[in-house]
Ligand binder design. Structure first.
Ligand SMILES: [Zn+2]
Length: 289
């Protein structure tokens, strides 16, 4: 059994052939977390989770959905909406028994809207993230955190809310959530780990280093080798980030097996062992029944 702890199987990238994709997942005995990025995709994730016992959902507003902008990503492009975080509507979804996580939410300095000062965008992202953290504490479910080009800021925010000052006093649990699609270095990883977070690894770990700039991939490999085994989660972020073997294709949740293989190789373990340990970790953080 493999658990894809972060994918977007509810996205329209699968509207034409979702049943076939789901069939491929069941053939490989996959359990998955369908992660919402706005209210509509959060609702769709919950609907899928109601329909299939092996699908769970997370609900949240992705930072790039907070402003209207055109987003180009590998295998897809879309117009983000400029949505406000509706605490009441998200709370209603968050209380659903098949909802296991709050997010994805976080900071993204990579995608910036035109015509808005960067500080304003980052401040808004921070406030929306804190709303998610409040909701997570309120419903007792872990955070699913997105960080792109903003580790320093995120580490600052989290270390502050661990001391509960800027949040209005709500408490964050000792297993506050996962830094999904972690691609940072060991120093950053260590800080998240110290604050109780799990690290989620995607197909990015299977990519070949860029010839012009191999450092980020070398740093990531160092993290893969050093991160404590009991804090590792595996994920795909499908439809994005297909592993090297399938690069350029639409990613599907069963491809999480490639991430497991890479981890096994980095740690000198068998794929079965890594699959088992990461599934245990996923069940410890998230309420996969
Ligand atoms: Zn995602």
């Amino acid at each position: 059994m493999l658990i894809d702890t972060h994918c977007h199987i509810q996205f329209k990238a699968y509207n034409e052939d979702r049943d076939e994709v789901l069939k491929r997942c069941t053939e490989k005995n996959i359990i998955l977390n369908a992660v919402g990025t706005q209210l509509s995709t959060s609702k769709l994730a919950v609907e899928l989770a109601e329909k299939y016992d092996w699908i769970y959902a997370s609900v949240g507003l992705h930072p790039i959905q907070e402003y209207v902008m055109q987003v180009e990503e590998e295998a897809t492009s879309f117009l983000s909406r400029g949505e406000q975080f509706d605490y009441v509507a998200y709370k209603k979804l968050a209380e659903h028994p098949k909802v296991i996580g709050i997010g994805e939410t976080g900071l993204d300095r990579f995608h910036m809207p035109d015509g808005v000062a960067q500080e304003l965008v980052m401040e808004k992202q921070k406030q929306v993230f804190l709303q998610h953290a409040k909701l997570a504490a309120e419903v007792g479910k872990p955070l699913v955190v997105h960080v792109r080009d903003a580790h320093r800021e995120m580490i600052n925010i989290i270390s502050n809310f661990k001391s509960a000052r800027p949040t209005g006093g709500f408490q964050i649990s000792n297993s506050p959530g996962v830094i999904h699609c972690f691609t940072g270095n060991w120093e950053q990883a260590g800080q998240y780990l110290d604050m109780g977070f799990y690290l989620g690894f995607t197909g990015v770990v299977t990519f070949s280093p860029k010839k012009t700039d191999p450092k980020p991939q070398e740093d990531l490999l160092e993290v893969l080798k050093k991160v404590p085994l009991n804090r590792i989660l595996v994920e795909t972020d499908a439809p994005y980030l297909a592993p090297q073997k399938y690069r350029g294709q639409r990613c599907e949740p069963w491809m999480v097996g490639e991430v497991v293989t890479k981890l096994a190789e980095a740690r000198g373990m068998s794929s079965d062992e890594v699959a088992q340990i990461t599934a245990q970790n996923a069940k410890k953080l998230f309420d996969f029944a």
